[in-house]
Design a protein around this ligand. Structure first.
Ligand code: NAP
Ligand code: GDD
Length: 342
């Protein structure tokens, strides 16, 4: 059975990738950070599935800031594949913690690559590179040959990780690839990223749990796909004959405003009545327009996105409406109990 290590397994992409690899018969090891509260909600179902009689998913403690932990897990597992998805992945937050973001999202990659190299492993390495690298874009649409122009400490860290991955491929002949992924979302998206913030906020407004949604710049445009489609592309990148870098995108772009309008409209609400501006969500430097060209992935990997923009909006709204209704029922129940106690 092939063996894979996933860093960032507790995150959105890590959880979908773990599902995919387990379904393909992999033994999967996930690197997790010690946390003072539970942080495995996105992968708990992989343990709880009664059909997984044999444990195929193992979690080990480690940190991208801690070379020893990375070397230890590599030595123990000797994996066929490593997917480096771990990162401080929030662009706005990276302006507040630039140095930490550099350590994790940038230096974390060289720590892993170096551990693989020093142990003479034949491990294939996937680096979670980002369309944020294109930043202040030099051409539209963006493809593998488009020059980079990072606009945040996060993107600068990811630029280092991109080039060090390329360098280990060229210098040491390692099978190390960059997936340059445009934004991808899902019901498992972190709640402070804009799509999920909108679907969560709008559905909570719909059931009466909140009145307003405070947001920043609504004019930026993103190429949004479904995370489940994108992890399939990551896996395909490690199954090729020759290591190479690939863009994954949908080839469509939409503004944040359009996303909000669509989400609220699907709940029979007018976003203009609920969305308010708060400057704290603005970034010191913005990425105005992302639009990807995934022709290379289509030709060489046979990869294409399956979920449409409307399909993504519906999937996220449906899931968050269920959550909001559960939350409302619990709040109503607590209120009844409180009144009963008076
Ligand atoms: P995410 O939900 O924010 O998950 C990030 C993961 O990294 C979490 O599992 C987190 O663990 C882990 N992590 C954070 N700091 C770490 C550290 N010091 N050591 C080890 N692990 C650490 O991100 P995502 O959306 O799944 O994205 C996955 C990767 O793809 C990231 O590298 C991201 O930058 C990149 N990317 C994402 C997109 C996108 O649109 N989603 C597009 C392009 C590239 P905790 O659960 O403990 O916080
Ligand atoms: N998060 C957030 N919150 N963004 C807002 C808000 C808000 O209240 N209001 C407006 N925005 C705008 C941001 O300014 C940005 O232009 C856009 O919404 C998207 O923001 P995010 O969803 O936070 O994503 P991102 O594009 O900055 O970064 C994501 O995609 C990258 C790939 O291009 C992250 O997943 C990165 O890790 C990833 O590399």
């Amino acid at each position: 059975m092939p063996k894979a290590i996933i860093t960032g397994i507790t995150g959105q992409d890590g959880s979908y990738l773990a599902e995919l690899l387990l379904s393909k018969g992999y033994d999967v090891w996930g690197l997790v950070r010690r946390s003072s509260s539970f942080n495995t909600a996105r992968i708990d179902h992989l343990y709880q599935d009664p059909h997984h009689r044999e444990v195929k998913l193992r979690l080990v403690y480690g940190d991208l800031n801690d070379s020893t932990s990375l070397a230890n897990v590599l030595e123990e597992v000797k994996p066929d594949e490593v997917y480096n998805l771990g990162a401080q992945s929030h662009v706005r937050v990276s302006f507040d913690i630039p140095e930490y973001t550099g350590e994790i999202s940038g230096m974390g990659s060289v720590r892993l690559l170096e551990a693989i190299r020093r142990q003479n492993l034949k491990t294939r390495f996937y680096q979670a590179s980002s369309s944020e690298l294109f930043g202040k874009v030099h051409e539209v649409p963006q493809k593998e040959t488009t020059p980079f122009h990072p606009r945040s400490p996060y993107a600068a860290a990811k630029a280092y990780a991109y080039y060090i991955t390329l360098n280990y491929r060229e210098a040491y002949g390692m099978f190390a690839v960059n997936g340059i992924l445009f934004n991808h979302e899902s019901p498992r998206r972190g709640e402070t990223f804009v799509t999920r913030k909108i679907t969560r906020g709008a559905t909570r407004i719909k059931v009466g749990l909140q009145d307003k949604l405070y947001m920043g710049n609504l004019e930026s445009k993103r190429d949004w796909g479904f995370a489940g489609d994108y992890v399939e592309g990551m896996w395909r990148m490690l199954q090729t004959q020759e290591p190479d870098d690939f863009v994954l995108a949908t080839g469509e772009t939409h503004s944040v405003r359009e996303f909000a309008e669509k989400v609220f409209a699907s709940l029979d609400l007018d976003y203009k009545q609920y969305v308010e501006y708060d400057a704290k969500y603005e970034r010191p430097a913005e990425v105005d327009l992302l639009l990807g060209d995934y022709a290379k992935a289509k030709t060489k990997l046979g990869w294409e996105p399956k979920v449409s923009f409307d399909g993504l909006v519906k999937m996220m709204v449906d899931a968050d409406l269920v959550l909001a209704k559960e939350e409302k029922a619990l709040a109503d129940h607590k209120e009844l109990v409180r009144q009963g106690q008076q």
